[in-house]
Ligand binder design. Sequence first.
Ligand SMILES: CC(=O)N[C@H]1[C@@H](OP(=O)(O)OP(=O)(O)OC[C@H]2O[C@@H](n3ccc(=O)[nH]c3=O)[C@H](O)[C@@H]2O)O[C@H](CO)[C@@H](O)[C@@H]1O
Ligand SMILES: C=C(OP(=O)(O)O)C(=O)O
Length: 435
Amino acid sequence: MEEIIVQGGNRLEGTVKVEGAKNAVLPILAAAILAETGKVHLKNVPILSDVHTMNELLNNLNVFNTFDKENNEMHIDATGEVSTKADYDFVSKMRASIVVMGPMLARYGHAKVAMPGGCAIGTRPIDLHLKGFEAMGAKITSTAGYVEAKVDKLKGARIYLDFPSVGATQNIMMAAVLAEGITTLENVAREPEIVDLANFLNKMGAKVVGAGTETIKITGVKALHGAEHSVIPDRIEAGTFMVAAAVTNGDVFIEGAIAQHNKPLISKLSEMGATFEEYTTGIRVVGPKELKPTDVKTLPYPGFPTDMQAQMSIAQLLAPGSSALTETVFENRFMHFEELRRMGAKFTIDRQTVVMYGPTEFSGASVKATDLRAAAALIIAGLCAKGLTRVSELKYLDRGYYRFHEKLASLGGNVERVNIQPIETKEKAVSSTLD
Ligand SMILES: CC(=O)N[C@H]1[C@@H](OP(=O)(O)OP(=O)(O)OC[C@H]2O[C@@H](n3ccc(=O)[nH]c3=O)[C@H](O)[C@@H]2O)O[C@H](CO)[C@@H](O)[C@@H]1O
Ligand SMILES: C=C(OP(=O)(O)O)C(=O)O
């Protein structure tokens, strides 16, 4: 079992480079299914376990790729006959696998995908994705844990999303690119990852306009081809380093960070006393000696991102006074708070709002990551704690952060990743030496 061990107290200083965005590359990899001719060439592909999982799924569907990890480049070939069934083994590992459904349906008029189910942060239904496919003429059935969509030819439609779901916007957009006629998608998600997907689809020959606004218009075309594309930088990884710098009174240049993508976070951390300098190559963050309290509410983009909520809570806990955090996107994304309590955090939770009482003097403890962003938050808390913090369940961290411990260590953090023996194995070893 692996753990990250953090000895708190160091100020972070120096330069750190962000990877390509996990949440951009996953739907883009799914979109590669649409390339009936020519290969897809992707640049700035992050080395993450989620990317590995998506690759395994694609291979299983007869879509092959080579990943040059030295250069973060990938070549994908979807010109063969692509399978239209995504098995439970893959979808259960990673919810984002559901976005293969739109491309399959667009290219073959058929998709059968295991129902993704909920996860550590909420129930996460896919009703909006399915409503969109239905509006375009697909018949949807669900049996034995699978959802199946069938249609002779998808037809363009006017679709209003009840909630600006990121995954539903992507899935419906990818279904619509080969549909007959025009699809108008209203109340869509406006995240930068939606814009990146639309840009990639357009390079493949699609006609998508309006990505990044509330309405996306897609004019169906006959077929799509391979294309070259560089994935946008990961705004959540960048934001995680912003918080790490802010809470350690640090001075960190985050290479590749785009200020436009992180406006609400920059605004909140500025309110708390951090200063920011924006450059074309990245962002410099300087943390204050003492943070000021502030309230945060997560919202769809361009609101404060739910994926930064756990990390932000560390800054709020450190600030003297009370700070509130309201989570409106997922119904169960406060799991990390009980772990933080073990490190000395004081707070109360009432439904979707946590009120934190600072300043927290974090003390090092053994804690378990409860999801991907919780893992990063606990490590950041460890950077500010007295003594040693040990964070386990690193499988979550590896979904979305590449060599997080090495990056923090390169900034002066006392952070190590170690392989520890499970207790039973240790006991066996001790008893065999006694024998
Ligand atoms: C791989 C990826 O890009 N993941 C991101 C994506 O997840 P994902 O695409 O799953 O998130 P959504 O925007 O779809 O979900 C937001 C909310 O809408 C609900 N919902 C969604 C679809 C649906 O059909 N019905 C429904 O009720 C969800 O349960 C959730 O409460 O956006 C989230 C919100 O910014 C981020 O936290 C995730 O990191
Ligand atoms: C919730 C996240 O991802 P996913 O939607 O893949 O679970 C995340 O990136 O924080």
